[in-house]
Structures are given as structure tokens and as C-alpha cells.
Design a protein around this ligand. Structure first.
Ligand SMILES: Nc1ncnc2c1ncn2[C@@H]1O[C@H](COP(=O)(O)OP(=O)(O)OP(=O)(O)O)[C@@H](O)[C@H]1O
Ligand SMILES: [Mg+2]
Length: 583
């Protein structure tokens, strides 16, 4: 996997590792095309000189004409073959670049995805795919063409009077230095533009994601103002880049005109002083035209080259940051025999200034059903996230069956832990795909058994296309309770030996909940379960209830024990935090 934040090295490494043959073919064909084209002035010089002889050698003249036509034909053929190779290479390169970025991105921790907007990240992946193409094209086409044209011009002109040759070299050096310096100045401007474009894309994504909120608070105007502000910033950045590019083009074009005028002037001067013959003057003029075209082409391309380099740099800087939750080298897979969970003296905070857990310990015995209760923000969901290793703890250890979870592979941990999150979201795919997500190989029978256990039959029956109904972005065409039941069915299908339920039934009505509770009780059989719950029915089914406050265990026992103790639990009970609705 390539992980580098320098865009030039990144592109060079992709091309070298995955597109070596194609890169050589593209550069070779560009060199052949321009090489043959640059020979044309030499043939024209010989043709004019041959036609100017008192005794014209027609055989020689037609021969030269044949060479000119052959050079044209072969040059054009090389260019067309190049087009074909490029057609095959570019889409694949774009695809591979996006996949490479995605593969790195997807391994970032949950914290990373909470810090970056999804719209922004998607935009960065797409932008990087396009930027790599422009950079490849500039290097393997424009740079190669100009280099070959310069070498041929230098060889041909070295036979002419020194002043023309030296003048050409001085101009060339000066022109390239100027182009390079100007293009480099453009880099920070392009980077800023890339960031501004990503920010507005992120904001748009955020608005669309929260569209119901925008509508219910009638915040259309406020959101539009925010978006307008972001788009204005993007416009200003784009304006600065474009204005710089116009000034750059003007400077470079002036340099080019100067070159052509001086070069042609020197040719005429040489002819008038009998240092050059007519054929050589025409050759100098033709060479000047070919060089000008390629130099101009490169200077134009340099603008988008540095533009895209800036955009790619800003994408790589976000994507290729170090992963925070990583598998150790050669980490073994987790093996769950009994499902005992030991949390030993852990310290954890999302932000260093505000710890969630300090020196926290808790053991959940194999097969135990543990209920977690506590006020909002006590750290209940965080505890579940830590057991799932969505975040790494700062110190302490979490063992599952004696294996430190930070020492086993994350994929094995994911496979062996079933989860129903607090607010389950679904993919914008069919019901069937969402259900089978936890176990794609499940039989049709197992699928329907999970649907029935989680009381999802009515959802499937009412969906217009049954199991093939697409559930809308994040499953938002379903109600919260329906999403929760789908998530439960997914957990049934997974059949993992450890279950983490984060208020798995809080969105269900009383009747459905009482049905689902029976199913959950069956699901929990022979499993180790941590269940965050506010409802009495769930808590009564637990072997032990742990009460959390500010990341500390303040009480533990059964429902009755805790009520008798008249502590925090009984306060929560009296305040209605623990609901007896479904009892
Ligand atoms: N991604 C995050 N980044 C920073 N702080 C967070 C993050 N997630 C949670 N917190 C903070 O950590 C604390 C514990 O949050 P947690 O979600 O574990 O609470 P909870 O007990 O599950 O509450 P609730 O009953 O409301 O779901 C809270 O103060 C919360 O603001
Ligand atoms: Mg929570």
C-alpha cells in the first residue's frame, strides 16, 4: 500500500508499481510522435535547397517528399496508438487511485470519520482520481514531447552559427525557469481552492443528511446563507487561481513571442549575411514553430499540473494520516471459547481534557447477561465501543477469554461480536442486502427465521417489493423501530457468541417490544451479553445490573437489590429514567 503525502512521489510510485509498461509505452509513443515531427524541418531544408539548385535532381526531390510524408504518417500513427494506450490506461489508473485511497481511508478509526464530513472525504477521493490523470499526462506527454523537441533542435542547430544555438539555449533555460517558478507560486492557491471546494461539498452533504432538521426548524435561509458563504469562498479561491493563471499565460506568451521574433530575426540576419542558406532559414522558422507549440503546450499544461498537484496534495494530507486503531504485526484472530470479558483498570478519553473512564474495571462472566444503566453521558455507549475496539484505550487492558483485544485482529473481533447500536442505520440497499450484511452466506431458511425472530415479517410484507425493496439513504424510509428490528434480525443471523445491545428496543412500541424481548431472550441464550437499557423488561432479564455515573460504577446487583438499596438506581427508577412501560 502506498502511503505518502507528497503528490509527485505518490503518482510516480503508482505508475512505477502498477502501470510500468503502460507508462513506458505512453512516453515512448509521445517521443516517437514528436521525434518524427521534429525531423520535418530538416527534410524541408533539404527539399528547398534541392529545389533551389540550378539542375534539380527530381529523383532526390521526390525521395525527400516521400520522407516528409512518411514522417507525417508515422508521427500521426504513433500519436493515435498513444491515444489508444491512454484510453486503456487512464480509466484504470483513476479507478486504482480511488481504490487505493479508499482502502487506506476505510481502515481509519471511528474517531476519524466523526472528525471529517463524509461529503468532503468522497470529494477528496474523486478529486484525487482525476488529479493523477492530469499529472500523468503532463509528465508522460508534455514533458517528454518538449524534451525530445529540445534535444533534436539542439542537435540540428549546433551545425548553425553559434549565436543562434547559444541564443536558443539561453532563451530555453530562461523560459523554463520562469514557467516553473510561476507554476510553483500557483501551488498554494490551488491547494486553497481544493480545500474550499471540499468544504462546500462537505457542507452540502451535511445539509442533505440533516434535511428534516433544516425543514422542521425552517432553517432554509440560514443554511443557504452558510452555503453561499462557503461557495463565495470557493469562488474567491477559484478567482485567485484563474487570475494568477491569466497573468502567467500573459507572461509566458510574451516570452514566446520574443523567442519567435528573435529566432526568425536571427535566421533572416544569417541569410542576409550569407551565413545561412534559404533552406536553413526555413528550417529555423519551422523549428521555432514546433518548439513554440510544445513550449506553449507545456506552459499551459503546467498550470493544470500544479493546479491538480495542489488538489492531490490536499487530498493525500487528509487521507494518508496514520491509522490510530491498528492490528499488531502478525496479530492472531480472536478465539472465543466461553465469552468472558475482563475490563481492567482502563483509562479513556475522547479529548484529553475530559476523561470518560478513569481506572475503570469490570468483569462480565462467560454467559452472563449484564445490564448497563446510567444517566445520559455516563459512558455506557463508550464502554461498548471500547469492547468493540472502535477506539483504543489510553491505558489498561480489555480481555476477551484471556486475550487482550488490542493484540487480536480487528476483523476477528468484529466477526465474533454481534451489535445492535443505539440508532441503527442501514445501507441505501435492499432489505435483503441489509439483513444478510452480517452473514451473506445464510440460507433462505435462516434469513426468514431471523426475520421472524426479530418480528420483521410485517416490514417485509408492507414493503412494495418485499425483501427487494430499497430502504432509502441510511434506511430512512423505515421508522426508527423498524430499523431497530432489522438490526436485531442482523444480529440473529450473525449468531456471534458475544452480544452488545445499545438500547436495542428503545424505539419499539410496548406490544412489539414484549414480542421482541422473547426473541432477544432466545438470542442471548449461551451468549455473553452487555445490554444498555432503560426498560424494566430488559433489565429483569439481566443476571446483573451495573449502574454507571460519570464513568464510575456506583452500584450493581439485580433490579430488586438495587431498588432496595435506594441509591442511584432507585433515583433513576423514580425519575422515570428507567421505564416500566412494558413490564
Ligand atoms: N465521538 C466523541 N467525541 C468526543 N466525545 C464524545 C464522543 N462520543 C461521546 N462523547 C462524550 O463522551 C461521554 C460519554 O458518552 P456516551 O455516548 O458513552 O454516553 P451514554 O452513557 O451512552 O449516554 P446516552 O444514554 O445519552 O446514550 C459524553 O460526555 C459524550 O459527550
Ligand atoms: Mg449511549
Amino acid at each position: 500500500m502506498l502511503i505518502m503525502s507528497d503528490p509527485k512521489r505518490f503518482v510516480a510510485a503508482i505508475l512505477w508499481r502498477h502501470f510500468r509498461l503502460q507508462s513506458f509505452a505512453l512516453a515512448g509513443l509521445s517521443a516517437t510522435g514528436i521525434g518524427l515531427m521534429s525531423l520535418e524541418p530538416v527534410f524541408i531544408r533539404d527539399l528547398i535547397n534541392a529545389l533551389g539548385q540550378p539542375q534539380v535532381d527530381s529523383h532526390h526531390v521526390w525521395g525527400l517528399f516521400g520522407w516528409i510524408c512518411t514522417a507525417w504518417f508515422l508521427s500521426s500513427l504513433a500519436n493515435r496508438i498513444r491515444d489508444f494506450v491512454e484510453l486503456k490506461t487512464s480509466p484504470e489508473l483513476r479507478k486504482q487511485t480511488q481504490l487505493m485511497l479508499y482502502r487506506w481511508l476505510i481502515q481509519h478509526s471511528s474517531a476519524f470519520f466523526k472528525e471529517h464530513s463524509t461529503g468532503n472525504l468522497s470529494q477528496k477521493i474523486k478529486q484525487a482520481g482525476n488529479a493523477v490523470l492530469v499529472i500523468m499526462d503532463t509528465v508522460l506527454d508534455n514533458f517528454v514531447r518538449l524534451a525530445v523537441a529540445i534535444v533534436i533542435a539542439a542537435v540540428v542547430l549546433s551545425d548553425l552559427p553559434t549565436v543562434i544555438f547559444v541564443g536558443f539555449l539561453i532563451w530555453l533555460f530562461g523560459f523554463l525557469m520562469l514557467s516553473w517558478r510561476l507554476a510553483i507560486q500557483c501551488l498554494p492557491l490551488s491547494k486553497r481552492f481544493g480545500e474550499a471546494a471540499s468544504a462546500s461539498a462537505g457542507l452540502l452533504g451535511d445539509i442533505f443528511t440533516n434535511i428534516d432538521l433544516v425543514k422542521s426548524y425552517a432553517k432554509h435561509d440560514g443554511e443557504e446563507r452558510g452555503l453561499e458563504c462557503a461557495l463565495e469562498n470557493e469562488k474567491q479561491c477559484s478567482y485567485r487561481v484563474r487570475w494568477f493563471l491569466i497573468r502567467m499565460a500573459l507572461t509566458l506568451y510574451s516570452g514566446l513571442l520574443l523567442f519567435q521574433s528573435v529566432f526568425i530575426g536571427l535566421g533572416i540576419y544569417g541569410f542576409l549575411n550569407a551565413e545561412l542558406n534559404l533552406g536553413e532559414v526555413v528550417m529555423v522558422i519551422s523549428l521555432a514553430a514546433i518548439l513554440s507549440t510544445n513550449v506553449w503546450g507545456l506552459s499551459q499544461q503546467l498550470q493544470s499540473f500544479y493546479d491538480q498537484l495542489g488538489i492531490l496534495q490536499s487530498a493525500l494530507a487528509v487521507v494518508f494520516t496514520a491509522h490510530t486503531v491498528v492490528d499488531r504485526p502478525n496479530a492472531p484472530a480472536l478465539i472465543v471459547r466461553t465469552g468472558k470479558i475482563e475490563i481492567e483498570r482502563i483509562n479513556f478519553s475522547y479529548r484529553s481534557e475530559r476523561p470518560v473512564f478513569q481506572d475503570f474495571s469490570l468483569t462480565i462472566q462467560a454467559g452472563e447477561k449484564l445490564g448497563l444503566v446510567g444517566t445520559s453521558g455516563a459512558g455506557k455507549s463508550t464502554l461498548i465501543r471500547l469492547v468493540r475496539r472502535q477506539y483504543d484505550i489510553q491505558s489498561g487492558v480489555i480481555y476477551i477469554d484471556g486475550q487482550d483485544i488490542s493484540g487480536v485482529t480487528q476483523s476477528s473481533l468484529g466477526r465474533l461480536i454481534g451489535e445492535v447500536p443505539q440508532d441503527p442505520l442501514l445501507f441505501h440497499r435492499t432489505l435483503r442486502e441489509n439483513l444478510l450484511y452480517s452473514n451473506p452466506d445464510a440460507s433462505e431458511e435462516a434469513l426468514w427465521s431471523a426475520i421472524s425472530s426479530a418480528h420483521c415479517e410485517s416490514i417485509v410484507a408492507l414493503a412494495p417489493h418485499g425483501l427487494d425493496t430499497v430502504v432509502g439513504e441510511r434506511g430512512l424510509k423505515l421508522s426508527g423501530g423498524e430499523r431497530q428490528r432489522i438490526a436485531l434480525a442482523r444480529a440473529f443471523l450473525k449468531g456471534a457468541p458475544i452480544l452488545l445491545l445499545d438500547e436495542a428496543t428503545n424505539a419499539l412500541d410496548n406490544v412489539t417490544e414484549s414480542y421482541v424481548q422473547d426473541s432477544i431472550a432466545r438470542l442471548c441464550q449461551n451468549k455473553t451479553v452487555i445490554s444498555i437499557a432503560h426498560r424494566l423488561t430488559t433489565l429483569l432479564a439481566m443476571d446483573r445490573i451495573v449502574v454507571l455515573r460519570d464513568g464510575q460504577i456506583v452500584e450493581q446487583g439485580t433490579h430488586r437489590d438495587l431498588l432496595t438499596a435506594k441509591g442511584t438506581y432507585s433515583q433513576l427508577w423514580r425519575s422515570g429514567e428507567i421505564s416500566s412501560r412494558a413490564a
